[in-house]
Design a protein around this ligand. Structure first.
Ligand code: PLP
Length: 398
């Protein structure tokens, strides 16, 4: 428990978001009342489930502007990404005698992308070309053109980064991919529901995202696959979802994802504006209390809830431990925070090791209040003072 028996202030919205109560109530209903298997259409329980799935697809298609028959439900973005990358590479390998396929990938991608590529590389099925990024984490478009002109089999670039929040120019990236006719996987896990994403207009081949970043439940996500694209499935079973991802549909999860998308369509612009104001306030307060702080990433073009900082002389492990009972904050991606290795994203944008070791990822969301922001700034500043007074410092060359 945090201050005065209260829960710590939650500032880790890139890792996950709390479930909106309006979504939670719908999930509960489809778990205990309308619990039918949507394939059991001989009775009302099944048809209710089927209707719920159809409605959820409409809400998703309205948010990301895709056709309803392009939506494949998965267990989350990790599975969506695996399905797209492995599905394309296995499909291409089966069709032609060229053994090794080429994947062009941004070095700042989530581990779900990088590790899937590594796996295919270890299997001898693919080789990987790393794209150049600048010090803000943005793709170098000239390098991308050179890479695409060599005709890789797949291009993977995320819409927005989960550590530094940098938003990529997906429109330009997608049009380069289109010009060279290269399938393009865009991991939009941090972007869908936070910034405007139009699958059709952008001309993306695969769009991966997940419900638990937009106030929906964990364990459900989607892969939008452009009509006419062939992918090999990862699993085999009862033929659901046109055999691309068989298995009984997770109706409560799908309802949760659908409702999350419906609410984002209605509330995203207003919510994200408020989140941005609070993030800017937190940034201003921290800069006034600890002026030597450095802001990482692209301050002109980042997610509204993202504030990624380095505090000279302070080890992120030390400050996170000190803050633990008061603020829930992280040093980087939730998936790799148990790893002692420095963040691959911060390495890719060229931050020195000392700056990486002193970096904190702060993520605000729609439930972050002004009071949370004021308290958090003071608590972080107090903790920095405390640590500066102790001997446990990171040496930091300025
Ligand atoms: N991609 C990005 C950019 C993410 O932030 C995450 C979640 O941390 C994932 C992929 C994986 O999503 P999931 O937890 O739904 O598998």
């Amino acid at each position: 428990m945090g201050i005065n028996g209260k829960r710590p202030i939650y500032l880790d919205y890139h890792a996950t978001t709390p479930v909106d109560n309006r979504i939670g109530r719908q999930i509960q209903y489809y778990m205990s009342e309308s619990f039918g298997n949507p394939n059991s259409i001989e009775h009302i329980y099944g048809t209710e489930g089927q209707l719920a799935v159809t409605e959820a697809k409409q809400f998703i298609s309205q948010l990301v502007h895709c056709s309803v028959n392009e939506i494949i439900f998965t267990s989350g973005a990790t599975e969506s990404i695996n399905l797209a990358i492995q599905g394309i590479i296995h499909g291409a390998s089966r069709k032609s005698c060229v053994k090794k396929r080429v994947i062009a990938v941004s070095p700042t991608e989530h581990k779900a992308v990088l590790e899937t590529c590594n796996y295919l590389q270890r299997q001898g099925l693919a080789s990987v070309i790393m794209l150049d990024v600048d010090s803000y984490g943005r793709i170098d478009l000239q390098h991308l053109v050179r890479v695409c002109s060599a005709q890789p089999d797949l291009l993977c670039v995320m819409a927005a980064n989960n550590e530094i929040g940098t938003i990529n120019d997906i429109k330009s990236i997608s049009s380069i991919a289109k010009e060279y006719d290269i399938p393009f996987l865009c991991d939009a896990s941090q972007a869908v529901g936070r910034i405007h994403i139009d699958f059709e207009e952008l001309g993306i081949t695969f769009l991966a995202f997940t419900s638990h970043k937009i106030y929906g439940p964990k364990g459900i996500g989607a892969l939008i696959i452009k009509n006419g694209t062939e992918v090999e499935p990862l699993f085999f079973g009862g033929g659901q979802q046109r055999n691309i991802r068989p298995g009984t549909l997770n109706v409560p999860g799908i309802v949760g994802l659908g409702e999350a998308c419906r609410l984002r369509s209605l509330e995203m612009i207003k919510d994200e504006y408020q989140i941005m104001l609070r993030r800017d306030k937190l940034q201003d307060l921290l800069l006034s209390l600890i002026p030597e702080i450095r802001i990482n990433g692209d301050v002109q073009n980042r997610l509204s809830g993202n504030l990624h900082i380095s505090i000279p002389g302070i080890s992120n492990g030390d400050i996170i431990t000190l803050l633990r009972s008061k603020i829930a904050i992280s040093s980087g991606s939730a998936c790799s925070s148990s790893s002692p290795l420095p963040s691959h994203v911060l390495k890719a944008i060229g931050l020195p090791d000392e700056q990486i070791r002193s970096s904190l990822r702060i993520g605000l969301g729609k439930y972050t209040s002004n009071e949370d922001v004021e308290q958090a700034a003071n608590i972080i500043a107090e903790s920095v003072k405390k640590l500066r007074g102790s001997t446990n410092r990171v040496t930091y060359s300025i």
